[in-house]
Design a protein around this ligand. Structure first.
Ligand SMILES: *[C@@H]1O[C@H](CO)[C@@H](O)[C@H](O)[C@H]1NC(C)=O
Ligand SMILES: *[C@@H]1O[C@H](CO)[C@@H](O)[C@H](O)[C@H]1NC(C)=O
Ligand SMILES: *[C@@H]1O[C@H](CO)[C@@H](O)[C@H](O)[C@H]1NC(C)=O
Ligand SMILES: *[C@@H]1O[C@H](CO)[C@@H](O)[C@H](O)[C@H]1NC(C)=O
Length: 335
């Protein structure tokens, strides 16, 4: 009798339990469905794109499926994106080195109404103390909670910044690559082909840091020919004994950087090739998926004279470069 009743109750229990589980699941799914529906209806007045419902209920269409991982709908902590809360945002980073045209390049990008490139955020050493401070900084930037003069937060469609290779990105490349992968950050590599010109610019800029030639103010970039002329007056003396070591250092850094990060979606740009070339800039805008514009910058180039006139010891430099493969590279660029 006992055995029988136990058997019955087990038999009764099983379907009952299954029915209950089914009911709960269906109820849950139904609630979820209602919920999603309501939210997407609520937002539909301000929705610019429409079909797929994403994580935070913005609808996107006209975006090819393979692009979807690259679009984000940041919800900043500090303000509301209002009518643009459903404008998809793409993340980018410019990996570059000092005196390679990245400051100028950023002013060009920032002349676009839908691009915010927020400057050299890791020049502040405390932000690159360790990988946690780096990730916190990146999170803040990509959630559009970063405020800089370049930030056009509400209706921005591409947000990024420039990161110099000597500012922590190479030291923590593994973790940073993982982060970039998880956020689908697109990379713009921006380098300068003529590393001798770069070195001269670096030395001249270092000099001005102390000399402050423009009315006691140090400037790395200028907006007038007069100012450019003042800064260009200084001619550094190249230490030829370490010249090849300096070149190798730069070349190694660039090669390593490409090696570490080129598995990401990327483009490689050279300063020399974007000067006066709107096609290159169209390509960049296409890469960032923003509507195409003519990009402009008020910056004026500082070192425009032929190379031999830019250093005090040109003869020593050519002697040192004679017979090396560098001579050819530098030759090609002598004006
Ligand atoms: C670009 O910005 C303008 C002005 O803020 C905005 O009206 C427009 O929707 C934005 N376009 C894209 C593609 O984000
Ligand atoms: C990282 O650096 C910050 C200070 O900048 C410190 O507070 C924090 O404990 C450090 N974290 C790790 C994991 O070392
Ligand atoms: C050039 O190389 C030397 C030796 O490696 C180094 O001490 C110096 O900082 C480098 N200078 C520049 C401007 O890179
Ligand atoms: C390079 O060196 C060779 C001999 O070693 C010499 O004939 C030539 O004039 C040198 N070129 C320059 C640009 O100094």
């Amino acid at each position: 009798m006992n055995a029988y009743s136990i058997k019955i109750s087990t038999c009764l229990h099983l379907p009952l339990r299954m029915a209950l589980v089914l009911f709960v699941t269906m109820f849950g799914a139904y609630t979820c469905y209602i919920c999603l529906n309501q939210i997407s209806v609520e937002r539909s007045n301000s929705v610019l794109f429409g079909t797929i419902v994403t994580g935070n209920q913005c609808e996107i269409h006209a975006i090819p499926p393979e692009e979807i991982p690259y679009v984000h709908f940041p919800q900043p902590k500090t303000y509301s994106r209002d009518e643009c809360s459903c404008t998809p945002v793409r993340f980018f980073v410019i990996l570059s080195m000092q005196r390679s045209g990245s400051g100028w390049f950023e002013t060009l990008l920032n002349s676009h109404p839908n691009i915010s490139s927020n400057g050299e955020i890791f020049s502040a050493a405390r932000r690159r103390d360790n990988i946690s401070t780096i990730i916190n900084t990146l999170d803040k930037l990509y959630s559009l909670d970063w405020f800089s003069s370049a930030a056009k937060n509400e209706c921005v469609a591409a947000v990024g910044f420039k990161w110099m290779l000597n500012q922590g990105v190479m030291d923590h490349h593994k973790e940073i690559l993982d982060y970039f992968k998880s956020k689908h950050v697109s990379i713009i590599f921006l380098f300068r082909r003529n590393i001798l010109r770069r070195l001269i610019s670096l030395l001249a800029n270092d000099y001005d840091r102390y000399a402050k030639q423009l009315n006691g103010i140090h400037k790395s970039h200028v907006h007038s020919k007069e100012e450019a002329e003042v800064l260009a007056r200084f001619k550094p003396t190249i230490n030829v004994a370490v010249l090849m070591a300096n070149f190798s250092y730069v070349e190694r850094m660039i090669a390593d950087c490409l090696h570490f990060f080129s598995s990401m979606r990327h483009i490689v740009l050279y300063y020399e090739e974007i000067i006066g070339n709107q096609n290159a800039l169209s390509h960049v805008q296409e890469f960032l998926c923003v509507p195409e514009r003519k990009l402009v910058s008020r910056q004026v180039k500082i070192h425009t004279r032929p190379l031999p006139e830019q250093v005090t010891n040109w003869e020593d430099v050519t002697k040192m470069l004679n017979g090396t493969r560098m001579l050819r590279i530098q030759d090609g660029c002598i004006q």
